[in-house]
Design a protein around this ligand. Sequence first.
Ligand code: PNS
Length: 159
Amino acid sequence: MRAAIYPGSFDPLTNGHLSIIARGLKLFDRLIVAIAVNPKKTPLFTVEERVELIKQACPDPRVEVDHFEGLLVNYARQRSVKVLLRGLRAVSDFDYEFQMANMNRTLAPDVETVFMMTGEDYFYISSQLVREAAALGGNVDNLVPKNVLPRLKEKFGLK
Ligand code: PNS
């Protein structure tokens, strides 16, 4: 069974994430979507809300939704998974992802990071921009899964 961990903040899950999950399932038999919990950050959605929203949006039994605190590579070892899956959008992602992949490889040489290029429909979508646009009343209907949209509007007191 080929398994990979797809780690991220998913605050909130976007259509870009969904696309990577769908494509990741073509390469791997099983994906663990792992929400990183950073106690120093105050997310828009609680970890429980994010788990629920991702589970609803990804009913495929090959997708497991989990969360972790601390180092990603420790979590990967704990789950006995040796592949981390990340999406790469524009060139601007490269530096951060390159540093992270190399740091993770230094910490755990047995864990490999695999990148997938985000499709042209999604390369500009990030959770941060979705949050910002939604907070200001912008239309993000086509950027997030259907189940995320009402919850996002609710967060900002919009209908
Ligand atoms: O969706 P994001 O915010 O770009 O995801 C970043 C994430 C969660 C994958 C990264 O911050 C992470 O792996 N955090 C866990 C802590 C860790 O392992 N840090 C060292 C990596 S260099």
